[in-house]
Design a protein around this ligand. Structure first.
Ligand SMILES: [Fe+2]
Ligand SMILES: [Fe+2]
Length: 161
């Protein structure tokens, strides 16, 4: 009955898994560069994407479907912090557009709960986009040096939250 929703929910999980892989990769790299607060932000965001995957999986199981666990995209091996933030913003933007579209599709298929789930996730992804945008602005204004100076404060900057 909700085959279309199950398909959409699995597409969303693939997207979340792709984001988890990319953000963890950024986390390792940023940590290696000594940009601890930004490294922490990427790790925390990856954990939140994992929670999104869990919410989507629970909905699939409720609908009687299988959780496919497809990896949505290949991890890009970006080494530059500014380029990482640009990539992260693009990923969030694509996800926001996708989930808005999915919410409408679920609504058209008379699946209000999946629609609500996608709306909740859109709000979360907009929050991620905003966090990355703030960091990108700081880097643009003060240079990558800013990221190193932040770590001087013992990782207590806002990005470490
Ligand atoms: Fe997510
Ligand atoms: Fe996100």
């Amino acid at each position: 009955m909700h085959d279309k929703s199950i398909e959409i929910l699995n597409e969303a999980i693939a997207d979340e898994i792709g984001a988890i892989h990319q953000y963890m990769y950024f986390h390792f790299r940023l940590d290696d560069l000594g940009y601890t607060p930004l490294a922490n932000l990427l790790k925390q965001t990856a954990i939140q994407e994992m929670q999104h995957a869990e919410m989507l999986a629970e909905r699939i199981l409720f609908l009687g479907g299988e959780v496919e666990m497809v990896v949505g995209r290949e991890t890009e091996k970006i080494h530059d912090a500014e380029a990482m933030l640009t990539k992260a913003k693009t990923l969030e933007q694509e996800t926001i557009e996708m989930y808005n579209r999915f919410a409408v599709e679920c609504s058209n298929n008379a699946d209000s709960v999946s629609k609500q789930l996608f709306e909740t996730l859109v709000a979360a992804e907009e929050g991620h986009w905003d966090q990355f945008d703030r960091q990108a602005e700081f880097v643009a204004r003060f240079g990558e040096q800013y990221l190193a100076l932040q770590s001087f404060q013992g990782g207590s900057g806002e990005a470490g939250a």
